[in-house]
Write a protein that binds this ligand. Structure first.
Ligand code: GDP
Ligand code: GDP
Length: 434
């Protein structure tokens, strides 16, 4: 499981600047998938030894709420779910009374903490750091989030403090790892029960933790799978239980651990903000995807139409995934999901031959030339595969840095159609010269 690093501190100390820096490597994705919005609170950190989950708790101790806000449930929960806390302070401000109060509260939680003096570019770093020794959190780490100074070293230090996960058994025995994700009450548990059959349910009726998913191996038609259950397989008395157990961190972990994600959407509720946020995380992970629109039973034709329309409008960037209309409760369509999982995984890991990719590129360019930029036409010459899972197609040419977004979309669609690459995101990389 990915370690969870959580940012805490007063407003304006630079938490979101640091968050953006740690997650920035994937910014290109926003351009690749129009309509995608990024979750500003949870992200995958890829700067420093990684990956890891990075959580921004927002402003603790705002004037309006007082430091009491620290104890607010959400922040409290984020802290509970953390492996390591980064407590940010502002070099310019020195240690403020609010900082001191937050430290007192944090210390009681018994979590590993690093004291991070941000904006150290604004003052003499030695002076900046000296003032914060008094907080009693050990040697402060001077960084500049906006300029990237000291950030790598900080994350290296944090990784050094984490318990080493020796359980690196990414064995093939597990088969395809399938994560079922979706907002609370979308029907994930019901669906897992369907997929496994009732007997397995009893065996795996474990309480689960707030943070960790349950891994359930099973076999179907001689193939092995491992279901990654984020819902906590159990019969729940109250809807409230489901909401309590929902954890973005758990969901992110499950996505990262998976080969294929099944996103479960509740047709009765329609496509909501939480679905869009989850979709964004899935895109960011690059995982293969199958979408299950659940609770399709009992819907009137016009309601069904409405859900479809909502999906293609609000989650337009998931157009590469196949949509499945299912009823976990009645079992209709659920069996087919695993066939789709197989296909999505096969597509995500397919080998694409250079001559075929180059031929496809040539015919796409012939049909629709890239535009002129500053009087010169962009030239795209040949293509080859640059990675799998998700597939990456590398295109070589001249002036490729000027390829407009619309043309990139055009090429992606051409490749996707011609190669029949359903169920997996597809990435293009352009290289200039030669
Ligand atoms: P948050 O409220 O803790 O999330 O703080 P923000 O990330 O929004 O940053 C608050 C302000 O501090 C912004 O104007 C940032 O540009 C600025 N800032 C953040 N990090 C640094 C830094 O390392 N150096 C300097 N000089 N300014 C910074
Ligand atoms: P989870 O929180 O995503 O695990 O959701 P659950 O599996 O616990 O389901 C939440 C509620 O939705 C329960 O009351 C289920 O009986 C109900 N439910 C699940 N699937 C379906 C379905 O296909 N149709 C209908 N009508 N209800 C469903």
């Amino acid at each position: 499981m990915l370690p969870v690093i959580t940012l805490i501190g007063r407003p304006n100390v630079g938490k979101s600047t640091l968050f953006n820096r740690l997650t920035r490597t994937r910014d290109a994705l926003v351009a690749d998938f129009p309509g995608l919005t990024r979750d500003r609170q949870y992200g995958i950190g890829r700067v420093g030894p990684g990956p890891y989950i990075i959580v921004d708790t927002g402003g603790i101790g705002t004037a309006a709420e007082g430091v009491e806000a620290l104890m607010e449930r959400q922040v409290q929960r984020a802290i509970e779910e953390a492996d390591h806390l980064l407590f940010l302070v502002d070099a310019k401000d020195g240690a403020t009374p609010e900082d001191i109060e937050i430290v007192q509260r944090l210390r009681r939680l018994g979590k590993p903490i690093a004291l991070v003096v941000n904006k150290s570019d604004t003052t003499d770093p030695n002076l900046a750091v000296a003032d914060f020794h008094g907080l009693g959190l050990g040697d402060p780490w001077a960084i500049s989030a906006s300029q990237g100074l000291g950030v790598n070293k900080l994350i290296e230090h944090v990784f050094g403090q984490l318990p080493i996960d020796t359980d690196e058994t990414a064995d093939d025995d597990q088969g395809i790892r399938v994560a079922l994700v979706g907002r609370p009450n979308a029907g994930k548990s019901t669906m897992i029960n369907r997929l496994l059959g009732e007997e397995r349910l009893v065996t795996f009726d474990s309480p689960g933790t707030t943070r960790d998913s349950i891994f359930i191996p099973f076999e179907r038609l001689g193939r092995r799978y491992t279901l990654i259950d984020t819902a906590g397989l159990r019969r729940r008395a109250r809807v409230q239980d489901a909401i309590e157990k929902f954890s973005v961190i758990k969901t992110l972990q499950a996505i990262e651990e998976s080969n294929v994600v099944i996103l479960v959407i509740d047709a009765h509720e329609g496509v909501g903000e939480q679905d869009a946020t989850l979709a964004g995380h899935i895109i960011e992970s690059g995982r293969a995807l199958v979408v299950a629109i659940n609770k399709w039973d009992g819907l009137q034709p016009d309601e069904r139409e409405h859900v479809r329309e909502q999906f293609s409008r609000k989650l337009a960037f998931l157009d590469f995934a196949k949509l499945h209309l299912v009823s976990a409760l009645h079992g209709s369509g659920v069996g087919l999901l695993l066939d789709e999982v197989d296909k999505a995984y096969a597509n995500a890991t397919r080998n694409l031959a250079t001559p075929e990719l180059t031929r496809l590129l040539e015919s796409a360019v012939q049909e629709h030339q890239p535009p002129l930029v500053r009087g010169r036409r962009i030239k795209l010459r040949y293509a080859h595969q640059g990675g799998r899972n998700p597939p990456i197609i590398v295109i070589h040419g001249n002036q490729t840095e000027d390829v407009p977004e619309t043309y990139r979309r055009y090429l992606i669609n051409r490749f996707r159609k011609a190669l029949n690459l359903l169920g997996t995101p597809l990435r293009l990389e352009f290289k200039s010269g030669s």
